[in-house]
Ligand binder design. Structure first.
Ligand SMILES: Cc1ncc(COP(=O)(O)O)c(C=O)c1O
Length: 152
């Protein structure tokens, strides 16, 4: 088997002086939760998305759980995802009372295999959380997304 990607292509984040200064501003302001910077960020994101409402959350886990709840997903529903992820991806599905259904990954891209996703769809499937460690290579395939696709 050949791979187009190096194994686990994590990279060192870029943290420049402007970023450090911006974080210092927040710490000095005394607002470390939902302060004016958060409101400004939500307003800018909303403008970017053509006026759609934008809300920020404190973590990826919280965001995925809220997304599932907003989509009305709960007991008796199935959510297709991958086990090649952090446990939070499956945990939030269980937390809302639904059942995680795992679709295997493509061994080359390591993204969830969309053919296996399609094969796993049942009348109880209400959402897909694909998790794309190499998103750009399958972004085209992910778009347009099924209505309840939550990109984790
Ligand atoms: C794919 C994925 N989903 C969710 C999470 C959880 O994010 P958070 O730690 O912000 O709750 C992680 C964390 O590593 C993740 O890698």
């Amino acid at each position: 088997m050949t791979s187009a990607l190096p194994f686990l292509p994590f990279s060192k984040p870029t943290i420049d002086e402007a970023t450090i200064a911006a974080v210092s501003d927040v710490l000095r302001s005394g607002w470390i939760t939902s302060g004016p910077k958060v409101a400004a960020f939500e307003a800018q994101m909303s403008e970017y998305f053509g006026g759609r409402p934008v809300r920020t959350f404190n973590s990826g886990t919280c965001t995925m759980e809220i997304a599932l709840r907003i989509a009305g997903i709960g007991a008796g529903d199935e959510v297709i995802t991958t086990s090649i992820s952090w446990v939070a991806t499956a945990n939030v599905i269980i937390e809302v009372g639904a059942t995680p259904v795992f679709a295997d990954i493509d061994p080359v891209t390591r993204n969830i295999d969309l053919d296996k996703v399609e094969a796993a769809i049942t009348p109880r499937t209400k959402a897909i959380i694909p998790v794309c460690p190499a998103c750009p290579s399958t972004w085209t395939a992910c778009t347009p997304s099924p209505r309840n696709t939550i990109c984790a």
